[in-house]
Write a protein that binds this ligand. Structure first.
Ligand code: NAD
Length: 427
């Protein structure tokens, strides 16, 4: 196993960079984060005491544009994790052809322990620390695990108060009334859903006979499950941080979501109006969910859940990585050996950053697009990206992950080569 999640991310770039056939300078440039800000965030708690939180922001690579990436509030956030996530954002933006580099941020905190007012003060403290490091043309944050539209709104407000300007383009994933884009809420799930639709065409999957297990029932997991169920796929397992539920008959995703909103738990229920009834199911662990005999497995929680320890036990035919980095590189060859096809995170969850890009474009230009416009543009970008990667993989005998990395690294490489690399200057 690699020493760290960041080392694992670097290994993938080294490994797949070879298929990109770019100058060694390009791979070398991707080994080094551009800049990193680490700050202490003092927050007045409701009982009057001050607590000090650790916050990070990494601007990893800005070759293709301003850096872009979410802010995560989670107890396990670390410098290593933020750097890995920022590197993945660099690759992801290049995979779907957005004019962005990659960035990421995080705070070490369990937000479930904070009151709403403490959470607001923490969000504003983060921006006070980062105000000179982010900006609409420099680095544009967005939501990630345990951050949401309201938090993005507080953060924009704090940035505007500090800079004494209106700058909605400083952050994306905001509430629509504060300059957010229609369609941002379900964009990550919709992007993943569009990948499943394309994959189903290629592999001739009949939705009504295709079973799906989803790990994590937050922004990414809920929406992909909902859209797949609407399209006729059978959602047989769902989980959150507290545990998982399984039913071979399949679940009604909307009912489980409704119950989760009310009780903060994923429970096997069927709701009719406001009445929810418990339905027959098995309570299983998150580890068991990953090893279910289903057609499609969708890890949509945290990174590093499929490793060399459990890869051999995975029975799904396809894995759609809605979470960032759910499969460690050590597990890739084991899954490949078993013939499991993986739609990698840098493609499968790129719908979120794509609609974030739409939001930023609308903010900079003062436009608001209709939901139809957003969906049409998102569908075009995701479908084209999926098919480009599929074709490259077929043509060169690559996995989808290595084709996605190769295409992205080639794009970044072409931009670097336009300035001149070793080959140009030494010739
Ligand atoms: P979220 O905070 O909305 O939801 C996270 C979900 O994961 C929650 O249901 C939580 O209960 C569950 N969870 C947490 N720990 C778990 C565990 N150990 N086992 C099972 N479930 C667990 O977060 P999100 O925005 O949906 O993000 C999920 C993943 O998707 C992350 O890897 C994130 O980086 C990635 N992602 C999100 C977006 C986005 O736009 N939200 C975009 C791209 C990638």
């Amino acid at each position: 196993m690699s020493d760290s999640i960041f080392e694992d991310a670097l290994n993938r770039v080294r490994q797949y960079g070879e298929s990109a056939e770019v100058s060694g300078d390009v791979i070398e440039s991707l080994m080094h984060p551009h800049s990193m800000l680490r700050a202490t965030l003092p927050v007045r708690m409701d009982d009057g005491a001050t607590r000090y939180f650790k916050g990070y922001r990494c601007r990893y690579n800005k070759t293709l544009g301003p850096t872009k990436g979410g802010i995560r509030f989670h107890p396990d956030v670390s410098l290593e994790e933020v750097q890995a996530l920022a590197l993945w954002m660099t690759i992801k933006c290049a995979v779907v052809g957005l004019p962005y580099g990659g960035g990421k941020g995080g705070v070490i905190v369990d937000p479930k322990e904070l009151s709403p007012m403490e959470l607001e003060r923490l969000s504003r403290a983060y921006v006070r620390a980062m105000a000179d490091f982010i900006g609409p043309h420099v680095d544009i944050p967005a939501p990630d695990v345990y951050t949401n539209a309201r938090i993005m709104g507080w953060m924009m407000d704090e940035y505007e108060a500090i800079k004494r300007i209106k700058a909605p383009g400083v952050i994306t994933g905001k509430p629509v009334r504060l300059g957010g884009s229609l369609g941002r809420d379900d964009a990550t799930g919709r992007g993943a859903y569009l990948c499943v639709v394309e994959l189903s065409k290629k592999r001739k999957l009949d939705p009504s006979k295709t079973t799906v297990a989803v790990q994590g029932f937050g922004n990414g997991g809920y929406h992909v499950a909902r859209l797949l169920q609407d399209a006729g796929y059978k959602i047989v397992a769902i989980s959150d941080s507290k545990g998982a539920i399984y039913s071979s008959v399949g679940f009604d995703v909307a009912s489980i979501h409704e119950e989760k909103q009310r009780t903060r738990r994923v429970r096997a229920v069927y709701c009719h109006q406001s009445i929810c009834e418990l339905i027959e199911h098995d309570a299983i662990s998150n580890d068991e969910l990953l090893e279910l005999d289903v057609d499609i497995l969708i890890p949509a929680a945290l990174e590093g859940v499929i490793t060399e320890r459990n890869a051999a036990n995975i029975k799904a035919r396809f894995i759609i990585e809605v979470a960032n980095g759910p499969i460690l590189s050590e597990a890739d060859p084991i899954l490949q050996e078993k013939g499991i096809e993986v739609v990698p995170d840098v493609l499968a969850n790129a719908g979120g950053v794509t609609v974030s890009y739409f939001e930023w474009v609308q903010n900079l230009q003062g436009f608001s697009w209709t939901l139809d416009e957003v969906h049409t543009r998102l569908t075009a970008i995701m479908t084209n990206a999926f098919n480009d990667i599929w074709d490259l993989a077929e043509e060169r005998g690559l996995t989808l992950r290595s084709a996605a990395y190769a295409g992205a690294i080639r794009r970044i490489g072409e931009a670097l080569e336009a300035h001149g690399t070793r080959d140009y200057f030494s010739s």
